[in-house]
Each structure stands twice: as C-alpha cells, then as structure tokens.
Design a protein around this ligand. Structure first.
Ligand code: PMP
Length: 392
C-alpha cells in the first residue's frame, strides 16, 4: 500500500530536516563534545524523585482532572502570586497543568489560530514555534531581532496586521539566551493591548536568569527576579503565561508544564487538552508539588559560571552577545572562519564538537547555537576547539 499518498498536507508542510540532520550526525559520533543539548546536566532534585516514586507506589496511575490535580494547581497559584503578583485565587481558577511547555503551546495555538491567522515571534526562535503555528494552518511571522536578539515594541509593531492573533515572547530566549528587560516587556504588553493581540509569554527558562539580567519585582519581599510582562498590574487579563518544570529541575522527559491566562481562553484550551493530551502525567504532577520548595540557585549560579567561560573564550573572537539567561549562546560565525553556520557546523564536527547551525532557528544562517548545559571539563575542552576554529 502506498501510504505516502495518504499523508496530510499539514504533516507535509513541516520541514524538520535541519534539526534532524544534527541528531543524525550525533548518532554517528563517538564521545562527541556535545553542545547541542537543550536540557541541564544536573540531576533531578532528590525530593522530586522520591515524590515521583512515592506516587507510583501509592498507585497514582489513573487519569487526573483535565486541568490537573487540585493541590498542584494550588501550589503553582501560590508561587505565581509571590512571583508575579497575579492573585492566587484567580490563577487557581484559570490554569491548566500541561504535558510539557510544548503541550501548553499546542493547545494555546489550537484554541487561538484559524487558518490564515498570524502569530509573531522573534527571529531567532525556538525551533518548534513555526511548525506549531503551521499545524494550525496559521502563518508564522518572523520579527528579526539581530544583533541583540531583544524583542521590542518598536521592532514588533510593523508586523501586526488585522490577521495577527498573538505575539509570542520567549524571554530568556532559546537559542540566544537574551532577556527582555522589564521596561521592554511592559512596552510589548502595552502594544498588544492597544492592538487587541494576545501576548503569550513562554517563560520556560524563568529560573535560568543570571545576576546581570535580574530586576526588582516591585512586589512584597523586594526580590530580584527575571523580568516578565506578567508583573505589570492587571496583566492577567491580557497575557497567556506558559512555564515548565523540565528545564528548571532537569526533568524534560517528565513532560510537565502549566499555563495561566484569560479565563475565556483557558476554557477553550481545556477542551482541546481533554481531547488531545487528556491530562499531564499523573505521578509527575504529584512530584512537581515539591518543586516550589526547592532552591535551584546553586545550580543556576553554576550555569552563570559556565556562561562566563563561554564569554571569555568566544566573545573576543566573535563579538558574541552575553546571554542573560537560559543556557545557550548564539555565536556569530566570523567570515574568516566559515561562509555560513552550516559550513562552520561541518568544521566543528571535524574536531568532534557538535553545535547547532543557526539556520535551524532562524531565517538567517550566520550564527550557531552552543548549549553550555554540560560539565565544566567538557565545556573547557570544547571551547578550546571552537576558539581555534573561530580564530582561524
Ligand atoms: N519553549 C522553549 C523556548 C524551549 O526552549 C522548549 C524546549 N527546548 C520548549 C518550549 C518546550 O519545552 P518542554 O520540554 O517543556 O515541552
């Protein structure tokens, strides 16, 4: 039977060759210095592991409510009130625990986007964004943010059309690590409100924010935190917030995330989740109850040091922008080193170093992504090799 003729246009519209090629090359390598990985190298905190095991031993294997278990929703809501000032009661009644951050993004787009609608995000972007939009028949609109990778109202405004449904902000960003400052966040929110566009804030890296990018929250407690548009008073009516557990706690395979936002949208997303993912994985929901009592600052501080190692080795050779958060650097390839990031990717492979060519995340092919989520020893070895190639 010729199954190929049965494949949907929707699936065929997805072009995954760039990232697939990186995976394929990794499979062929022996002990690579792997800078392609999008997850932290530390182990999941012991209390979370134990809670997951306990949930399984207590036979918590069945479905949960579509929106997630009530005690976890309560925990998340309490955290959000302390962190961004959204009222806990409001968050509790307008939240979905999702199958990863990706699960939240999918159900959001399915509930928002009609064929032909537009969704704007910064270029470079998280690799899945354009494909998620295309799966809905919508048009991804790329807002070029080179060379500093910051989204700003000024940069975005000209891309808004009558078909624009949403602006997707990802700060700290993948693949650049760029952090949008609080003032820029507030201006983006103001623009979205003026134009009647939903602001979706993908804050999967919210805990991975380094000292130089932190700003005061203005909330009781006087903490310094990663800037977020959600801290603008009353913003819960205009922002769909999406966060995850995978990166912060090193458990990307647990598939845990959550989303909070305008009630009318959450109700629609709940229907989509009910008939797609059904619910987030049950034992992991119980385990993530422990997450908000764990201090991940030591791990994040260790990553700040890794970021500094990358800057020290590569900034003088490339003019690389300092990542304020996440665990990626998006490194410009000097013309003397290679004509394109594809070509540089091949050159790095000859030194047994795996990076990701920038064209995977961008309409341009001028940079490469280096994930520094690896051991200091591996990082130092790989940086020497890359500096050799970039200095040539
Ligand atoms: N958003 C961004 C910006 C990401 O980098 C990732 C993962 N690399 C995701 C969403 C998806 O995360 P999850 O594993 O929670 O689905």
């Amino acid at each position: 039977m010729d199954v190929t003729r049965l494949i949907s246009e929707r699936a065929l519209a997805i072009e995954a060759s760039g990232i697939r090629e990186v995976f394929r090359r990794r499979a062929d390598m022996k002990d690579p210095i792997d800078f392609s990985i999008g997850q932290p190298d530390f182990v999941v905190p012991e209390v979370m592991k134990r809670a997951a095991v306990r949930a399984i031993e207590e036979n918590k294997h069945g479905y949960t409510m579509t929106q997630g278990i009530a005690p976890l929703i309560k925990k998340i809501a309490g955290h959000l009130e302390r962190d961004i000032g959204w009222p806990a009661a409001r968050c509790e009644s307008s939240m979905i625990v999702t199958s990863g951050t990706s699960g939240a993004l999918h159900i959001a787009m399915l509930a928002l986007l009609n064929p032909g609608d537009e969704i704007i995000f910064g270029d470079p972007y998280f690799v899945a964004y354009p494909h998620m939009a295309r799966l809905c028949g919508a048009k991804p609109v790329f807002c070029d943010t080179y060379p500093d990778f910051r989204m700003s109202a000024e940069r975005v405004e000209r891309f808004i059309t009558p078909r624009t449904k949403a602006l997707l902000l990802n700060s700290p960003g993948n693949p650049s690590g760029a952090v949008t400052p609080a003032r820029g966040c507030a201006e983006l929110l103001e623009l979205c409100k003026r134009k009647g566009v939903l602001l979706i804030s993908d804050e999967i890296y919210d805990e991975f924010c380094y000292a130089d990018a932190l700003e005061p929250t203005g909330l009781p407690g006087g903490q310094m935190r990663c800037p977020s548009p959600c801290r603008v008073k009353g913003s819960e009516d205009s922002i769909l917030l999406i966060r995850g557990f995978g990166k912060t706690y090193g458990c990307t395979g647990w598939r845990m995330g959550y989303t909070v936002g305008p009630r009318a949208l959450i109700e629609q997303m709940l229907k989509v989740q009910q008939y797609s993912f059904v619910c987030a994985p049950t034992p992991m929901q119980w385990s993530c109850m422990e997450a908000f009592d764990i201090d991940m600052r030591p791990q994040v501080d260790a990553y700040a040091k890794k970021r500094d190692l990358v800057m020290k080795a590569l900034e003088p050779l490339t003019g690389l922008q300092r990542p304020g958060g996440a665990f990626y650097a998006f490194v410009p390839v000097p013309k003397r080193a290679a004509a394109s990031s594809r070509e540089f990717f091949e050159k790095a492979l000859t030194k047994n170093v795996l990076v990701v060519p920038g064209g995977v995340f961008s309409e341009r092919d001028t940079h490469f992504r280096l994930s520094f989520a690896t051991s200091d020893a591996m990082l130092e070895r790989g940086l020497v090799a890359l500096a050799g190639l970039l200095g040539e």
